[in-house]
Design a protein around this ligand. Structure first.
Ligand code: NDP
Ligand SMILES: O=C(O)C1=N[C@H](C(=O)O)C[C@H](O)C1
Length: 269
Protein backbone atom coordinates (compact mmCIF):
# COMPACT_ATOMS: atom_id res chain seq x y z
CA UNK A 1 0.00 0.00 0.00
CA UNK A 2 1.43 3.40 -1.01
CA UNK A 3 0.99 5.98 1.74
CA UNK A 4 -0.81 9.19 0.78
CA UNK A 5 1.55 12.07 1.61
CA UNK A 6 -0.84 14.86 2.47
CA UNK A 7 -0.22 18.52 3.32
CA UNK A 8 -2.93 20.64 4.93
CA UNK A 9 -3.44 24.33 4.14
CA UNK A 10 -5.09 26.53 6.77
CA UNK A 11 -3.56 24.21 9.37
CA UNK A 12 -4.77 26.23 12.36
CA UNK A 13 -8.31 26.76 11.04
CA UNK A 14 -11.49 24.92 12.10
CA UNK A 15 -11.22 22.51 9.17
CA UNK A 16 -7.41 22.46 9.35
CA UNK A 17 -7.50 20.96 12.86
CA UNK A 18 -10.13 18.37 11.96
CA UNK A 19 -8.18 17.40 8.84
CA UNK A 20 -4.86 17.04 10.70
CA UNK A 21 -6.55 14.73 13.21
CA UNK A 22 -8.23 12.72 10.42
CA UNK A 23 -4.96 12.29 8.50
CA UNK A 24 -3.25 11.18 11.75
CA UNK A 25 -5.95 8.54 12.28
CA UNK A 26 -5.97 7.25 8.69
CA UNK A 27 -4.05 3.98 8.20
CA UNK A 28 -3.07 4.89 4.63
CA UNK A 29 -2.08 8.55 5.01
CA UNK A 30 0.72 10.57 6.56
CA UNK A 31 0.89 14.27 7.37
CA UNK A 32 3.59 15.49 4.98
CA UNK A 33 3.27 19.23 5.47
CA UNK A 34 1.21 22.04 6.95
CA UNK A 35 0.67 25.61 5.79
CA UNK A 36 -0.67 28.80 7.30
CA UNK A 37 -0.32 32.32 6.07
CA UNK A 38 2.70 34.49 6.86
CA UNK A 39 2.20 36.33 10.14
CA UNK A 40 -0.04 33.65 11.64
CA UNK A 41 1.06 32.87 15.24
CA UNK A 42 0.84 29.17 14.35
CA UNK A 43 3.76 29.32 11.89
CA UNK A 44 6.74 27.39 13.30
CA UNK A 45 4.62 25.36 15.71
CA UNK A 46 4.05 21.62 15.40
CA UNK A 47 0.93 21.05 13.26
CA UNK A 48 -0.56 18.56 15.74
CA UNK A 49 0.40 20.41 18.94
CA UNK A 50 -3.31 21.17 19.56
CA UNK A 51 -3.88 17.40 19.92
CA UNK A 52 -1.23 17.12 22.60
CA UNK A 53 0.77 14.64 20.46
CA UNK A 54 3.17 16.37 18.08
CA UNK A 55 3.36 15.08 14.49
CA UNK A 56 6.95 16.22 13.91
CA UNK A 57 5.69 18.51 11.13
CA UNK A 58 6.06 22.27 11.56
CA UNK A 59 3.52 24.72 10.14
CA UNK A 60 5.21 26.70 7.35
CA UNK A 61 4.24 29.87 5.50
CA UNK A 62 6.59 29.09 2.59
CA UNK A 63 4.90 26.88 -0.02
CA UNK A 64 8.27 25.41 -1.05
CA UNK A 65 8.90 24.24 2.54
CA UNK A 66 5.35 23.25 3.42
CA UNK A 67 4.87 21.22 0.24
CA UNK A 68 8.40 19.78 -0.17
CA UNK A 69 7.35 16.26 0.88
CA UNK A 70 3.70 16.27 -0.20
CA UNK A 71 1.90 14.61 -3.11
CA UNK A 72 -1.50 16.09 -2.12
CA UNK A 73 -2.65 19.41 -0.70
CA UNK A 74 -6.00 19.55 1.09
CA UNK A 75 -7.03 23.20 1.08
CA UNK A 76 -9.88 24.65 3.15
CA UNK A 77 -8.83 28.30 3.44
CA UNK A 78 -10.06 31.40 1.56
CA UNK A 79 -10.23 31.99 -2.20
CA UNK A 80 -7.15 34.26 -2.23
CA UNK A 81 -5.09 31.65 -0.36
CA UNK A 82 -6.29 28.72 -2.44
CA UNK A 83 -5.51 30.58 -5.69
CA UNK A 84 -1.90 31.12 -4.55
CA UNK A 85 -1.55 27.47 -3.55
CA UNK A 86 -3.13 26.41 -6.85
CA UNK A 87 -0.41 28.02 -8.93
CA UNK A 88 2.34 26.27 -6.98
CA UNK A 89 0.61 22.87 -7.02
CA UNK A 90 -0.05 23.07 -10.77
CA UNK A 91 3.63 23.88 -11.40
CA UNK A 92 4.84 21.01 -9.19
CA UNK A 93 2.24 18.33 -10.03
CA UNK A 94 0.84 18.25 -6.47
CA UNK A 95 -2.75 16.98 -6.52
CA UNK A 96 -5.30 19.22 -4.80
CA UNK A 97 -8.48 18.68 -2.84
CA UNK A 98 -10.17 22.09 -2.63
CA UNK A 99 -12.95 22.68 -0.09
CA UNK A 100 -12.72 26.47 0.04
CA UNK A 101 -15.93 28.31 -0.91
CA UNK A 102 -16.67 31.85 -2.07
CA UNK A 103 -14.84 31.87 -5.43
CA UNK A 104 -15.95 34.28 -8.15
CA UNK A 105 -16.12 33.18 -11.80
CA UNK A 106 -12.46 34.13 -12.40
CA UNK A 107 -11.37 32.00 -9.44
CA UNK A 108 -13.33 29.01 -10.70
CA UNK A 109 -11.80 29.48 -14.16
CA UNK A 110 -8.31 29.51 -12.59
CA UNK A 111 -9.06 26.18 -10.88
CA UNK A 112 -10.26 24.68 -14.17
CA UNK A 113 -7.10 25.92 -15.92
CA UNK A 114 -4.82 24.49 -13.19
CA UNK A 115 -6.60 21.14 -13.56
CA UNK A 116 -4.99 20.86 -16.99
CA UNK A 117 -1.65 20.52 -15.17
CA UNK A 118 -2.58 18.49 -12.06
CA UNK A 119 -5.55 16.46 -10.79
CA UNK A 120 -7.94 18.54 -8.68
CA UNK A 121 -11.07 17.59 -6.71
CA UNK A 122 -13.10 20.74 -6.01
CA UNK A 123 -16.37 20.61 -4.06
CA UNK A 124 -18.16 23.04 -1.72
CA UNK A 125 -19.27 20.18 0.51
CA UNK A 126 -17.46 16.85 0.95
CA UNK A 127 -19.98 15.07 3.16
CA UNK A 128 -21.57 11.94 1.68
CA UNK A 129 -25.01 13.06 2.90
CA UNK A 130 -24.93 16.41 1.13
CA UNK A 131 -23.82 14.83 -2.13
CA UNK A 132 -26.61 12.25 -1.98
CA UNK A 133 -29.00 15.14 -1.21
CA UNK A 134 -27.89 16.75 -4.50
CA UNK A 135 -29.23 13.67 -6.34
CA UNK A 136 -32.52 13.83 -4.42
CA UNK A 137 -32.86 17.49 -5.39
CA UNK A 138 -32.37 16.69 -9.06
CA UNK A 139 -35.20 14.16 -8.89
CA UNK A 140 -37.48 16.47 -6.88
CA UNK A 141 -36.91 19.46 -9.16
CA UNK A 142 -37.70 17.42 -12.28
CA UNK A 143 -40.92 16.09 -10.74
CA UNK A 144 -42.03 19.45 -9.26
CA UNK A 145 -41.22 21.65 -12.23
CA UNK A 146 -44.68 23.32 -12.36
CA UNK A 147 -46.57 25.02 -9.52
CA UNK A 148 -43.89 24.88 -6.83
CA UNK A 149 -41.89 27.87 -5.59
CA UNK A 150 -38.31 26.99 -4.76
CA UNK A 151 -36.43 28.55 -1.83
CA UNK A 152 -33.04 27.53 -0.44
CA UNK A 153 -32.39 28.24 3.25
CA UNK A 154 -28.99 27.76 4.84
CA UNK A 155 -27.69 28.28 8.38
CA UNK A 156 -24.07 28.39 9.59
CA UNK A 157 -21.94 29.46 12.56
CA UNK A 158 -21.20 33.12 13.33
CA UNK A 159 -17.64 32.94 11.92
CA UNK A 160 -18.59 32.05 8.33
CA UNK A 161 -17.52 34.83 5.96
CA UNK A 162 -19.25 33.96 2.65
CA UNK A 163 -22.96 33.88 1.81
CA UNK A 164 -24.87 32.07 0.55
CA UNK A 165 -22.81 29.00 1.40
CA UNK A 166 -21.06 27.16 -1.43
CA UNK A 167 -23.36 24.21 -0.77
CA UNK A 168 -26.52 26.35 -1.10
CA UNK A 169 -25.22 27.74 -4.38
CA UNK A 170 -24.48 24.25 -5.67
CA UNK A 171 -27.99 23.17 -4.64
CA UNK A 172 -29.30 26.13 -6.63
CA UNK A 173 -27.22 25.07 -9.67
CA UNK A 174 -28.50 21.49 -9.43
CA UNK A 175 -32.15 22.57 -9.16
CA UNK A 176 -31.84 25.22 -11.88
CA UNK A 177 -30.06 22.73 -14.16
CA UNK A 178 -32.81 20.13 -13.67
CA UNK A 179 -35.41 22.79 -14.57
CA UNK A 180 -33.50 24.07 -17.60
CA UNK A 181 -32.99 27.47 -15.92
CA UNK A 182 -29.81 29.53 -15.54
CA UNK A 183 -29.15 30.25 -11.84
CA UNK A 184 -27.44 33.54 -12.72
CA UNK A 185 -30.71 34.75 -14.27
CA UNK A 186 -33.20 33.39 -11.74
CA UNK A 187 -31.51 33.63 -8.30
CA UNK A 188 -32.90 36.08 -5.73
CA UNK A 189 -30.54 36.66 -2.81
CA UNK A 190 -32.64 37.98 0.10
CA UNK A 191 -35.65 40.29 0.02
CA UNK A 192 -36.42 43.64 1.66
CA UNK A 193 -39.06 46.35 1.29
CA UNK A 194 -41.88 46.24 -1.24
CA UNK A 195 -40.71 43.37 -3.36
CA UNK A 196 -43.90 42.69 -5.32
CA UNK A 197 -45.35 39.21 -5.66
CA UNK A 198 -43.06 36.30 -6.08
CA UNK A 199 -41.93 35.59 -9.66
CA UNK A 200 -42.49 31.80 -10.09
CA UNK A 201 -39.37 31.40 -12.22
CA UNK A 202 -37.06 32.55 -9.42
CA UNK A 203 -35.04 30.49 -6.94
CA UNK A 204 -34.77 32.34 -3.62
CA UNK A 205 -31.93 32.13 -1.09
CA UNK A 206 -32.07 32.92 2.63
CA UNK A 207 -29.04 32.98 4.92
CA UNK A 208 -28.89 32.54 8.70
CA UNK A 209 -25.68 33.04 10.73
CA UNK A 210 -25.40 32.26 14.42
CA UNK A 211 -23.59 30.49 17.24
CA UNK A 212 -21.90 27.21 16.42
CA UNK A 213 -24.25 25.84 13.72
CA UNK A 214 -22.03 23.50 11.68
CA UNK A 215 -24.12 23.67 8.50
CA UNK A 216 -27.83 23.22 7.73
CA UNK A 217 -29.37 23.33 4.25
CA UNK A 218 -33.03 23.07 3.27
CA UNK A 219 -34.56 23.28 -0.19
CA UNK A 220 -38.25 24.12 0.01
CA UNK A 221 -40.64 23.32 -2.84
CA UNK A 222 -43.80 25.25 -1.84
CA UNK A 223 -46.96 24.48 -3.78
CA UNK A 224 -50.67 25.12 -3.17
CA UNK A 225 -51.93 22.75 -0.49
CA UNK A 226 -48.57 21.13 0.22
CA UNK A 227 -44.88 21.75 0.55
CA UNK A 228 -41.86 19.52 0.38
CA UNK A 229 -38.64 20.21 2.28
CA UNK A 230 -35.40 18.39 1.57
CA UNK A 231 -32.96 19.05 4.40
CA UNK A 232 -29.46 18.10 5.36
CA UNK A 233 -28.00 18.99 8.75
CA UNK A 234 -24.33 18.58 9.70
CA UNK A 235 -23.56 18.00 13.36
CA UNK A 236 -19.80 17.42 12.94
CA UNK A 237 -17.04 18.64 10.60
CA UNK A 238 -15.52 15.16 10.62
CA UNK A 239 -17.76 14.17 7.69
CA UNK A 240 -16.08 16.85 5.55
CA UNK A 241 -12.60 15.64 6.52
CA UNK A 242 -13.47 12.02 5.75
CA UNK A 243 -14.80 13.16 2.36
CA UNK A 244 -11.53 15.00 1.69
CA UNK A 245 -9.50 11.87 2.52
CA UNK A 246 -11.76 9.80 0.29
CA UNK A 247 -11.08 12.31 -2.47
CA UNK A 248 -7.29 11.96 -2.00
CA UNK A 249 -7.61 8.16 -2.38
CA UNK A 250 -9.76 8.72 -5.48
CA UNK A 251 -7.16 11.04 -7.04
CA UNK A 252 -4.29 8.60 -6.42
CA UNK A 253 -4.53 6.98 -9.86
CA UNK A 254 -6.23 9.82 -11.71
CA UNK A 255 -4.60 11.85 -14.46
CA UNK A 256 -4.83 15.63 -14.64
CA UNK A 257 -8.40 16.92 -14.69
CA UNK A 258 -11.11 18.56 -12.62
CA UNK A 259 -13.23 16.21 -10.49
CA UNK A 260 -16.00 16.73 -7.95
CA UNK A 261 -17.51 14.73 -5.08
CA UNK A 262 -20.08 13.20 -7.42
CA UNK A 263 -17.09 11.61 -9.23
CA UNK A 264 -15.51 10.49 -5.96
CA UNK A 265 -18.78 8.88 -4.77
CA UNK A 266 -19.73 7.46 -8.21
CA UNK A 267 -22.98 9.44 -8.15
CA UNK A 268 -22.84 10.64 -11.75
CA UNK A 269 -25.49 9.07 -13.96
N1 NDP B 1 -16.02 21.74 1.11
C1 NDP B 1 -16.41 21.44 2.36
O1 NDP B 1 -16.83 20.30 2.66
C2 NDP B 1 -16.29 22.49 3.43
C3 NDP B 1 -15.83 23.72 3.11
N2 NDP B 1 -15.57 24.65 4.08
C4 NDP B 1 -14.94 25.89 3.63
O2 NDP B 1 -13.57 25.84 4.02
C5 NDP B 1 -13.08 27.17 4.24
C6 NDP B 1 -12.43 27.25 5.61
O3 NDP B 1 -13.40 27.07 6.62
P1 NDP B 1 -12.98 27.07 8.17
O4 NDP B 1 -11.95 26.03 8.44
O5 NDP B 1 -14.25 27.05 8.94
O6 NDP B 1 -12.33 28.54 8.29
P2 NDP B 1 -11.24 29.08 9.34
O7 NDP B 1 -11.33 30.56 9.26
O8 NDP B 1 -11.41 28.40 10.64
O9 NDP B 1 -9.84 28.59 8.72
C7 NDP B 1 -9.28 29.13 7.57
C8 NDP B 1 -7.80 28.90 7.60
O10 NDP B 1 -7.25 29.42 6.38
C9 NDP B 1 -6.27 30.41 6.70
N3 NDP B 1 -6.28 31.48 5.71
C10 NDP B 1 -7.10 32.55 5.64
N4 NDP B 1 -6.78 33.34 4.59
C11 NDP B 1 -5.71 32.76 4.02
C12 NDP B 1 -4.90 33.11 2.90
N5 NDP B 1 -5.13 34.21 2.19
N6 NDP B 1 -3.88 32.28 2.58
C13 NDP B 1 -3.64 31.17 3.30
N7 NDP B 1 -4.37 30.78 4.37
C14 NDP B 1 -5.39 31.58 4.71
C15 NDP B 1 -6.67 30.94 8.06
O11 NDP B 1 -5.57 31.57 8.67
P3 NDP B 1 -5.85 32.84 9.64
O12 NDP B 1 -6.57 32.28 10.82
O13 NDP B 1 -4.49 33.35 9.92
O14 NDP B 1 -6.69 33.83 8.87
C16 NDP B 1 -7.10 29.64 8.75
O15 NDP B 1 -5.99 28.90 9.18
C17 NDP B 1 -14.30 28.08 4.03
O16 NDP B 1 -14.27 28.58 2.70
C18 NDP B 1 -15.48 27.15 4.23
O17 NDP B 1 -16.64 27.59 3.56
C19 NDP B 1 -15.78 24.39 5.40
C20 NDP B 1 -16.28 23.19 5.78
C21 NDP B 1 -16.59 22.14 4.83
O1 LIG C 1 -18.00 27.45 6.32
C1 LIG C 1 -18.49 26.35 6.69
O2 LIG C 1 -18.49 26.00 7.87
C2 LIG C 1 -19.03 25.46 5.66
N1 LIG C 1 -18.86 25.79 4.42
C3 LIG C 1 -19.25 25.05 3.28
C4 LIG C 1 -20.20 25.83 2.41
O3 LIG C 1 -20.01 27.06 2.26
O4 LIG C 1 -21.12 25.25 1.84
C5 LIG C 1 -19.70 23.65 3.61
C6 LIG C 1 -20.39 23.49 4.94
O5 LIG C 1 -21.71 23.93 4.82
C7 LIG C 1 -19.67 24.18 6.07
Amino acid sequence: MTELKIAIAGASGRMGHILIEAVGNAPDAVLAGALDRAGSPSVGQDAAAFLGKPAGVAIESSLAQGLANADYLIDFTRPEGTLQHLEYCAEHGIKMIIGTTGFDDAGKAAIAAAAEKTAIMFAPNMSVGVNVTMKLLELAAKSLSEGYDIEIIEAHHRHKVDAPSGTALQMGEVVAGALGRDLKQCAVYGREGVTGERDPSTIGFATIRGGDIVGDHTVLFAGIGERIEISHKSSSRVTYAHGALRAARFLADKPTGLYDMQDVLSLKS
